[in-house]
Design a binder for this molecule. Sequence first.
Ligand code: SF4
Length: 374
Amino acid sequence: MTPRSVYVHVPFCAHRCGYCDFTLVAGRDDLVPRYLAAMRSEFSSVERPVPVDTIFLGGGTPTQLPPEGLRQLVGDLVERFPPEPGCEFSVEANPADVDGTMAATLAELGVNRVSLGAQSFDADSLQVLERDHSPSDVRVTVERLRTAGIENVSVDLIFGVPGQSLDAWRATLDAAVALEPTHVSTYGLTFEKGTAFWTRREKGQLTACDDGVEATMYELAMDRLPVAGFEQYEISNFAKPGQRCRHNVVYWQGRSFHAFGPGAARYLDGRREVNHRSVTTWLTRVERGETGIADREELDPESQARERLAIGLRLVEGIDLATFREETGHDPRSLFGPALEQHRSSDLLEETNGHLRLTRRGRLLADTVVADCL
Ligand code: SF4
């Protein structure tokens, strides 16, 4: 099926937060002109315009670009990927960057959904996470976006922050709900090798949240957000009715999508490709007229089916068994093999209404379950 979604990676941040291992450069806005020129080249590798239903600018921090840089990037993007009527156009934003001009620029460019990196409404947790904004910046930013005409605002939150209490997490959830966003994403903090947090934990300078407390925090989100009208539709994502992130649903349904920029991963016709994660390597290669792709993998039909199963189980509704069989030629149950019964009897997987899905308990142990179908 022709891909109708496009992801664009914007690798600029003012500084690198200690827990972050995303592809980015911090404090290197001098690279913006080279990045914009390289993006224009990479977009032009697509021969003819591809109309799209979803656009997602992620990062890094897209709102770290100056308004004229954002205009140039989006102008070049939509020339190759014209948005269809009703296109969902999402941009990730840092509350520290969205002044009135940025909010107006986003609206002028057709952005109709902003995913805001709030992370916490607790000043202590924000400080531990090395964020450069305060809880009140988040509130002001949401107001600015609404004033500019962007009503569809998602709020990202992190739980399991060192030193964060269950009460502080509960208060953060309540503060997020009080802002009346359309969507909330909740992520448990992870310590990735190579990050400053990893090193600090190794040196005993930072203590990870207890696993049991972290699980309770996740359960608190699963209990509290639905009471406030948010439906959990994916392991980490909750939406008001009709406000699921359509772009991310494309990923979770195992559909094809285009992607551009350093570190960007795309999936086209059963082929996975990942661009160079080093921003400067990617830049230099594209500037020389070479490919920015670092890795390419052709998946055979069974591997495609296994990946689709693993990703699809992230959705709370799970996998539609009949559609899956029809589209992949494989039965999800046989892809799991003997582990299926084991996960069923351990109350981690269930089959209801023709769908195979994680139970609530299974959502807490999703990585373990999913590893058995790959
Ligand atoms: S702002 Fe976001 S992308 Fe940038 S360093 Fe912090 S966590 Fe990473």
